[in-house]
Design a protein around this ligand. Structure first.
Ligand code: F6R
Length: 617
């Protein structure tokens, strides 16, 4: 939520800021703004709506050349998405300080009341403007910007990343971080700040994650990091593995279309170097968990939100089946606030693409306090979740820019399968020969994912044809159930139509009442080939809804010789081990939502009301 970028150095500041904002726009697109300091002082431009509106504003009212500045792209919390509420916010009567904010300042009412009483006039309805006025006032008192900034951030409660610049100290960008992301990009004679590395990856791959309650004093040739209490912090540098080109559309019509096409690579990269052909899994990154820790696990709780929670649902089936460790999947926000039972033998597995989802961070912090070990499955290097966990399995999906998650999901599911095989071996719960067979099957999946992508013309056309649908239902069993829920979520968020995913077995317990003549239902049909296959049961479910007028679209395995008799349209996916089939069956659903949304003329990369990284609770 909200993207922030800061720069100091010899390049054109405006270009750096706008380039960074373009890459961060997925974090929020209610408004955008920049401030720069040049020889003529502080200048700010800001505009409601997407970044293009800001660019048009700057074209009409150009900014002077500058070598220091800050930029912001907003997901509105306090105050509507208007020009006035757009960041940066200007502090003080002399209007020399500019500040941007990501997060929520929880005690802003008290602080605002104090400022209003002292005669401060507010130009916006935001909580952020409070911080701008406070820093400006404190600077007037102390005459030292880092001191003034530190004094103010120590008074703030809630979640914030703040960046500030001041006309009287035109060589320094100040930044502070509490419960909200901030990364430094290290350049040669220039330095960058960003909500994530995407903000500056086209300029530098050297980065530093800023820790909780830390302040950064950023100059072109120097970086100082201190805690809010003034203690010096020794920075730990890391190398960004993402390529800047990976975060560009590369000729695709949308980031989402590109990211769907990236999925074979995302699965392959997540498996790479981890799964040997004998089925053995090497997860060197989880050294933070000892063999003893793994033996002692008596329960796994997986926490995540949205699409990532469906990856957990899939992982649950695999982990329980192969390792026999009981797994519970919890939405992070529900888990955190219901006094859950967590013991030192509980392993928390937190799954997050961004690694900055505040609900998931709060859930893991709570679990750590209760003595549990936390294993993160995360796609973003240097993210808070990765840093705060005992161990991390990085998914190697590369940067995911479209707000709706696609390739990050398949990478999370892949990591979940790897974890299942790893735990199964560690606990001796599945015979070695069977693990070897499963490993081979899993190694086949990138190829099978690529095959699915080659055979989607039918579902593309259906998506286009169904642009006027009012509601679509999704049914599945076993790993097909989370896939059904993901299909429904994709459709809700991209096409703004009613969609629900159900466990097919649950149908007769209520949802079947929704079926009426012409109701589209997409059914994930399991393989026919397994001994204890759920195929006959799902075929019965299809017959039940067909009898009541449903229009059935089936996603089924190649060679299924029955489903065609019952479904109006069948999308075939390659044969796979049943439990791994979720990696294949989810893809037609992503493409269906993409096409339907596009046919409705909607923006698939930036759906309304959403932001990619939900950094507020
Ligand atoms: C939906 C989607 C969201 C995210 C959720 C968690 O397409 O992208 O539901 O999956 O907000 O985000 P992360 O994985 O960053 O924690």
């Amino acid at each position: 939520m909200c993207g922030i970028v800061g720069y100091v150095g010899p390049k054109s500041t405006l270009e750096v800021l706008l380039g960074g904002l373009r890459r961060l726009e997925y974090r929020g697109y209610d408004s955008a703004g920049v401030s720069v300091i040049s020889g003529t002082g502080l200048d700010t431009r800001k505009k409601a709506g997407k970044l293009d509106n800001l660019i048009a504003e700057i074209t009409n009212h150009p900014l002077p050349d500058a070598h220091i500045g800050i930029g912001h792209t907003r997901w509105a919390t306090h105050g509507a998405p208007t020009d006035g509420n757009a960041h940066p916010h200007i502090g003080g009567e002399a209007a020399k300080l500019s500040l941007i904010h990501n997060g929520i300042i929880e005690n802003f009412y008290e602080l605002k009341a104090e400022l209003v009483e002292a005669g401060t006039k507010f130009a916006s309805e935001t909580d952020s403007e409070v911080a701008a006025h406070l820093v400006a006032a404190e600077f007037e008192k102390t005459g030292d910007l880092p001191t003034a900034f530190t004094n103010v951030v120590k008074r703030l409660r809630g979640a914030f990343t703040l960046l500030a610049i001041h006309e009287d100290q035109p060589d320094v960008v100040l930044a502070a971080r509490r419960n909200s992301p901030l990364v430094i990009g290290l350049g040669d004679g220039e330095n960058f700040l960003g909500s994530d590395v995407a903000a500056f990856v086209e300029h530098t791959k050297r980065a530093i994650s800023v820790g909780q309650d830390e302040i950064v004093i950023l100059r072109a040739g120097e970086i100082e990091i201190r805690t809010f209490d003034g203690a010096p912090v020794t920075p730990v540098e890391f190398e960004v593995s993402w390529d800047a080109s990976a975060a560009s559309k590369g000729g695709w019509s949308s980031f989402m279309a590109k990211e769907i096409a990236d999925q074979p690579q995302a699965v392959a990269d997540t498996l790479m170097g981890r799964l040997a052909s004998d089925g053995s899994v090497r997860l060197s990154e989880i050294d933070g968990l000892s063999a003893e820790d793994i033996k002692n696990i008596d329960r796994i709780i997986m926490v995540a939100c949205g699409t990532a929670s469906y990856a957990c649902d899939v992982a649950k089936y695999a982990i329980e089946k192969f390792s026999r460790i009981p797994v519970q999947v919890e939405l992070s926000h529900e888990f955190r606030y219901r006094d859950p039972i967590v013991t030192p033998n509980t392993l928390i597995v937190a799954v997050s693409q961004s690694g900055e989802t505040m609900d998931t961070l709060m859930a893991t912090r709570y679990a750590k306090e209760a003595g549990a070990k936390v294993l993160a499955i995360c796609n973003t290097q240097g993210a808070t979740l990765a840093r705060e966990s005992d161990a991390v399995i990085y998914t190697h999906a590369g940067p995911e820019v479209a707000v709706a998650s696609t390739k990050a999901l398949v990478a999370q599911i892949t990591a979940g399968y790897l974890l299942a095989l790893f735990l199964a071996a560690g606990r001796g719960a599945t015979p070695k020969a069977e693990l070897a067979r499963l490993g081979k099957e899993l190694l086949q999946m990138p190829e099978s994912v690529a095959e699915v992508l080659d055979g989607l013309e039918g579902i593309r056309q259906l998506g286009k044809d169904m642009a006027n649908a009012k509601s679509v239902l999704f049914l599945g069993r076993n790993v097909g159930f989370p896939v059904a829920m993901e299909g429904a979520l994709k459709l809700k968020e991209l096409a703004y139509i009613h969609a629900e995913g159900f466990a097919a077995g649950e149908l007769k317990h209520g949802p079947i009442a929704l079926i009426e003549e012409g109701q589209p239902v997409i059914v994930i049909v399991p393989s026919q080939r397994d001994e204890d296959s759920l195929h006959p049961k799902v075929i019965s479910n299809i017959q039940e809804i067909r009898a009541r007028g449903a229009r059935v679209i089936a996603i089924a395995e190649e060679g299924d010789n029955q489903v065609g008799d019952y479904a109006e349209h069948v999308v075939f996916v390659p044969k796979a081990e049943s439990i791994f089939a979720s990696l294949l069956t989810v893809i037609p659903l992503q493409v269906f939502a993409l096409e339907l949304s596009t046919a409705k003329g909607l923006d698939v990369d930036q759906p309304r009301n959403l932001a990619k990284s939900v950094t507020v609770e």
